[in-house]
Design a protein around this ligand. Structure first.
Ligand code: AMP
Length: 387
């Protein structure tokens, strides 16, 4: 029997967080996912000791499912890397030099880039022959004009220390802005979209004809919207004030703003489902948390309508954006004069697919568009490997 070699059309996507390693095997021929999962509690009790062990666990699970890392169908591995700085403005084939580049950017993302790099190194040890691609969270925002990217501080200091706005969640903003154009039946070059990625982390972006021109996260993923446990925007003097009057250290302030802020800081819950439930039951703290969250979101929507001038669509995505009709309604209530008219019945319908939830004739369409960061990472990896 003459066996035919199966086509190498699988891309493995690896997405490492500080204590988790998510993986998805993507079949580029039909978009299906032959395997997916997450290794959790890395470095904690009951979990793998470190990311090296976690990746070996992923390899074991894949092998048990008949998709071992030695499979001839595996064409490439796509790695999510959080910070590409100004060096990496597109998906990049990993070489030793690129590894060094990612390492050099660690001061800009101390919790993430070292973990991403470790994952890349282990994967390259296991399959040195396989193309591995780094897909950066910041890359989609590399097109921000200087007016949006610059902070108004001393330019010498800013340039010396790389202090500027980079933006994050780029693979999601990229995927959702294009999926929104598809949903409207238009070419991406023809439409201006505001993408509201509202998950545990949250960010907004303004995308003009497929090109990102503004986004809410900045030097780090702390700036912008109110998030599950991150404060988002505040007066930059707040940390200085706390250091002076409360004697708080940099690390304490970091935790206050990044881990104990947002919905969690305001009402003790970081899950929007719980905030909405408590708020509906009359809990004043949860009500305040919801109101602060929505007020900030409305300020960004209004700001981005002005940035874009003409806006064809506002797209909600990620856990809160896809599931919370309450947040969508509160964020866009009363914006008819600005051309945004939500349809309350469509907005309340629950569905897994991309859908329009604005009224017929609303000059700006409102859409719910499920994000698919793994598909975006796999596609960018595939394009680079297959041309
Ligand atoms: P993500 O980071 O995209 O996985 O989003 C996670 C967040 O989505 C959770 O922390 C929840 O707050 C939120 N979420 C998920 N389902 C719902 C829902 N039905 N209503 C409101 N928020 C939700």
């Amino acid at each position: 029997m003459t066996g035919t070699t199966p086509a190498a059309d699988h891309v493995l996507v690896l997405n490492a967080g500080s204590s988790t390693l998510k993986y998805q095997l993507v079949d580029m021929a039909d978009g299906s996912r032959p395997a997916r999962g997450v290794v959790e509690r890395i470095g904690a009790d009951g979990g793998p000791a470190d990311h090296t062990r976690a990746l070996h666990e992923v390899a074991d699970r894949l092998a048990a499912d008949g998709h071992g890392l030695d499979s001839p169908r595996l064409a490439a591995i796509g790695h999510r890397v959080v910070h590409g700085g100004t060096t990496y403005t597109a998906a990049t084939l990993v070489t030793d030099e690129v590894e060094a580049g990612i390492e050099a950017l660690a001061p800009l993302a101390p919790l993430h880039n070292p973990v991403n790099l470790r994952q890349i190194r282990v994967a390259r040890e296991v399959r040195p022959d396989l193309p591995q691609v780094a897909v950066f969270d910041t890359a989609f925002h590399a097109t921000l004009p200087q007016a949006a990217a610059r902070y108004a501080i001393d330019r010498g200091v800013a340039d010396r220390y790389g202090v500027r706005r980079y933006g994050f969640h780029g693979t999601s903003h990229s995927y959702v802005s294009r999926a929104t154009a598809r949903l409207l039946g238009r070419a991406v070059q023809e439409v201006n979209v505001i993408v509201l990625h509202l998950g545990n982390g949250a960010s907004a972006s303004a995308v003009r004809g497929g090109v990102c021109v503004e986004t809410s996260m900045g030097l780090t993923p702390l700036e912008g919207l109110v998030m599950g446990s991150r404060s988002g925007d505040l007066d930059p003097a707040v940390p200085l004030h706390l250091a002076r009057v409360a004697g708080m250290s940099t690390d304490e302030i970091d935790r206050l703003l990044n881990n104990r802020g947002g919905l969690l800081g305001l009402c003790g819950d970081n899950d929007m489902r719980e905030v909405v439930r408590r708020s509906a039951a009359g809990d004043p703290d949860a009500r305040l948390a919801f109101d602060v969250y929505v007020h900030r979101l409305r300020k960004y929507v209004g700001g981005y309508l002005a940035v874009l001038g003409e806006t064809h669509a506002i797209a909600f995505t990620a856990g809160v954006g896809e599931n919370s009709a309450e947040v969508r309604e509160a964020a866009l209530r009363g914006l008819g004069r600005l051309g945004v008219e939500l349809d309350p019945v469509r907005n309340a319908v629950r569905s897994a697919g991309a859908r329009v939830v604005s009224a017929d004739g609303s000059p700006t369409a409102v859409a719910v568009v499920p994000t698919d960061e793994e598909w975006e990472i796999a596609s960018q990896t595939w394009q680079l490997v297959r041309g």
